[in-house]
Design a protein. Sequence first.
Length: 705
Amino acid sequence: MAQDPRTDDLATARLGNVEVHRGAGGETHQLAGGDVPVLTTQQGIPVSDDQNTLKVGPRGPSLLEDFHFREKMFHFDHERIPERVVHARGFGAHGYYENYDSLADLTAADLFQRAGEKTPAFVRFSTVAGNKGSPDLARDVRGFAVKLYTKQGNWDLVGNNIPIFFIQDAIKFPDLIHAAKQEPDRGFPQAQTAHDNFWDFISLSPEAMNMALWIMSDRTIPRSLRFMEGFGIHTFRLVNAEGKSTYVKFHWKPKLGMQSVVWNEAVKINGADPDFHRRDMWDAIQSGDFPEWELGLQLFDDDFAEKFPFDILDATKIIPEEVIPVRRVGRLVLDRTVDNFFAETEQVAFCTQNVVPGIDFTNDPLLQGRNFSYLDTQLKRLGSPNFTHIPINAPKTEVCNFQQDGHMAMRNPKGRANYEPNSWGGALGGPRESRQGYRSFPAEESGAKRRVRAELFADHYSQARQFFLSQNPVEQTHIKDAFVFELSKVETPAIRARIVSHLLNVDEGLAKQVADGLGLAEMPPAADPARPVLRDLEASPALSILGNGPKSFAGRKVGALVTDGTDHALLKALKEALAAEGAMLELIAPKVGGFTCSAGHRHEAKQKVNGGPSVLYDAVALLPSAEGAALLAKEATAKDFVNDAYAHAKFIAFAPTAKPLLDKAGLTEPDDGFVALTSPADAKRFVEACRAVRFWAREAKVHAV
Ligand code: HDE
């Protein structure tokens, strides 16, 4: 006979107002009582047992009749929705945009009308090529998508951390993405462009050369999502109340300056903490260190567009900031993490077509294509045209129209009228058009209907060259190294050579170094440029990360190796100096349970030494006691900690007692990137040195190949 183990076999006890039942196997489970909510099915039916399926006897078959089990499993089986075809891995946060001054002379957009006005915002950062579970430090473009919930509806500025794109016409996007993602026959590589298909496509698409330089730069391995720029990329229009249009390019400038990691570090971070970027953002917001960017506008008119040597509709080109300065008009602050990752970060749906009155598109053929793709993809991903009813996507203003029904309709109109015009009037009559409603800028268009691109789009190398020449020598070396690394993973020599043939049009020195690094048998001839390369474009210092780094060490993190007996005064001084700078200190000890310092105080450690490699930190401090250093000198991961910090050009503070560890790591002659902490006052000196972020002079010394 069927038996209910709960009633027959279980001992029942009370813990507070919760009844605890002990199962036949000794396991416990709770029955709700008092303030604890009752477990129910999706239909609201209270559940009596969530531990056992309904069976015929304790060893008998399970019954199909068990509706609670079937509903629970059914829901679980359908938990996944299709991941984004690009930008699958992302991390979102809430915040606001605050306008500095009224921009009414430029645009009728409501959010820009009043000084000091705050508009709620949601931002989703992402990588492009990797799947949802891919590591954060892939060499990749970062998405920087901003949804602004304005009083006149949602404006989505769906940007990236690089101001240009690979291709000029949306029709090439599926090809680009197919080539970048895993190869179709083998299903790898994951989240990497270092493979034949990607570089084959690039080598056959000269329009991608400017972007190729950008993605081989350190822009694609940011240290933190907080330390990177964002760009709307395309030329948009601002339109004021009188209907006057001004062209605009949108920029986001990080308050904490730009910073990237080095490639070898990125590779190791991906193993040590694949969630490095999302954890960093989470930690910053949770600790009240709210990330901030300024919104910048580059504004120009038709006269400028006429004179500029490139086409302002070509998304593979920038307008240097030195040519059109960036006017800072407001700030974006992220001050709240999501309550639920799926509901918000996963279900947020950005659409480039979401613009508000006062903001308009241009004919950029990439933007025009995007305006189709984003709406279309949301239907596939979220499964219903009612995705705008999901709270994260719903405007924070009244929505009123006669669109009705469909899957999961949450917003259903009352009354008889579901069409307009109608004669029901009043409340039943429903919405009417408004004079303030969105009006497209009445641009005059003409021309033959053809599949063509404008003439200036054919300049593929001039700005790639300008970008390269705007980098400092350290950055140029990183670009060269990145090309050599990526192309070394390309198995087809002809593809490697084809890329070098393009690089010859960018910078001969770079091309030669890459050819040399690849061991190319012979130098290929330069690719034939469709338009002459403009060799004399002035360098744009704004394009250098190292030239535009942080002004302080704020928001950065030092990892300190500590052991029992670590000098109390040194540790305290370091902690205080970092706190005064707005930087963080993380302690790494032989045991995560903590350590006892020289003053006999017990401190908790954040990491055990093999779980906190130095790649997770911006700079390191070696503070073991003499005995501790002798112990760590025998620990391979402690040696790696020191050696990696050295190889990645990090500033290294060390207590005199750390000598055995430095000796063991082979670092017997400290360079100027080392700061000896002989007294607590030296901690301040170390933090001041760290403002340079890295001791780049060392880098050349640690690479011979
Ligand atoms: Fe996207 N892109 N894209 N893209 N894109 C998507 O929309 C597309 C492009 C960007 O965090 C998709 O909702 C086309 C440029 C970001 O949810 C899809 C073209 C820029 C995100 C799509 C481009 C971007 C996307 C996939 C060439 C920088 C993530 C999922 C014409 C200005 C948004 C989705 C998020 C996502 C299409 C090129 C940025 C398929 C057709 C240029 C940040 O609709």
